[in-house]
Design a binder for this molecule. Structure first.
Ligand code: C5P
Length: 291
């Protein structure tokens, strides 16, 4: 018997989730909602996770190349799927989807990997389920998932205000090479802000107000920033750490710094900054027949 020509073709959606750096991060105070009032400059870089979304008969399944990455509701990708399905107001349970995450952005490093994966999941599932949502609704869902998820709907160079979720586009930074050094330890964002609370008011102004309180617990951070400043246009800790980055005009200078800072237990990446238009291209959900 002939196979029905109308049988739905299985489609896989693929999407890249790019990392971010915080070029600067000012903590202005504690808010009534328990979050901190921020003034931060986000910058996209080419380092990315890759995600694939394949329709299956039922259920939600996440697989990840990093064994430390949660594959249940603790993964923001899972919550992104739930939130999007609820917002789509379709009848019935969420369609089955199997999600594979190739993780390259280290976790708990202040590079926004989990948040970027969540925003990537929103883009992919909008394409897979053909969801139509006004822009502001999507922004709201992203902000509920995490304070820096909305940034990953836009990318490039952006000023982030309030919890970091109110965004003002900035002129793209001149393209720069970036060396990112991730020490052997990760840092929880909540801990970094708690350490800032305990020390508030003190310390000279650095590019990142969380850097000193975090370095008080992990002195390696201060040493890495110091070492990266040699030869870099700018260096600092990203977000709540533990990643530290330097920006360089030239690739060979970046490569030299990367060689110098390589050590057992550390991960060192050479990547480059990405402007808003390129971000849109690199992070777009693409449809491909699954094998
Ligand atoms: O929003 P997200 O879940 O990424 O934040 C993780 C934690 O970081 C929050 O629970 C909070 O403790 C802290 N945070 C904060 N102020 C911000 C962003 C995050 O205190 N603007």
């Amino acid at each position: 018997m002939a196979v029905s020509a109308r049988a739905p073709r299985q489609r896989t959606i693929r999407v890249n989730a790019l990392a971010k750096l915080n070029l600067s991060l000012r903590v202005l105070g504690l808010r009534k909602d328990g979050y901190h009032e921020l003034r931060t400059v986000f910058q996209s870089v080419a380092l990315h996770d890759s995600l694939a979304f394949r329709p299956v008969a039922s259920g939600l399944r996440i697989r990840c190349t990093d064994p430390a990455c949660p594959t249940d509701r603790d993964n923001l990708v899972w919550r992104a799927a739930e939130e999007l399905w609820a917002a789509a107001r379709r009848r019935g349970p969420m369609p089955g989807v199997s999600i594979r995450i190739v993780k390259r952005i280290p976790m708990q490093s202040g590079l926004g990997g989990g948040s970027s994966d969540a925003a990537a999941a929103l883009r992919a599932l909008i394409a897979l389920w053909r969801v139509k949502l006004p822009r502001h609704r999507l922004q709201e869902i992203a902000a509920r998932l995490g304070a820096d998820v909305p940034f990953f709907l836009h990318g490039g160079t952006m000023l982030g205000l309030e919890r970091g979720d109110v965004l003002i586009p900035q002129h793209d930074l001149n393209r720069a090479w970036s060396v990112i050094v991730v020490p052997s330890f990760g840092i929880s964002t909540a801990d970094a802000f708690r350490w800032w609370d305990q020390r508030r008011g003190g310390g000279p102004a650095l590019a990142n107000d969380l850097e000193q309180p975090v370095a008080a617990h992990y002195p390696e951070i201060a040493r890495l920033v110091h070492d990266l400043r040699i030869g870099a246009v700018q260096a600092g800790m990203s977000g709540s750490g533990s990643a530290v980055f330097g920006l360089f005009d030239r690739r060979d200078a970046a490569a030299q710094a990367a060689r110098h800072l390589s050590a057992a237990g550390r991960r060192v990446f050479i990547t480059r900054t990405v402007g808003r238009d390129e971000y849109a291209r690199l992070s777009r959900a693409t449809r491909r027949a699954s094998s």
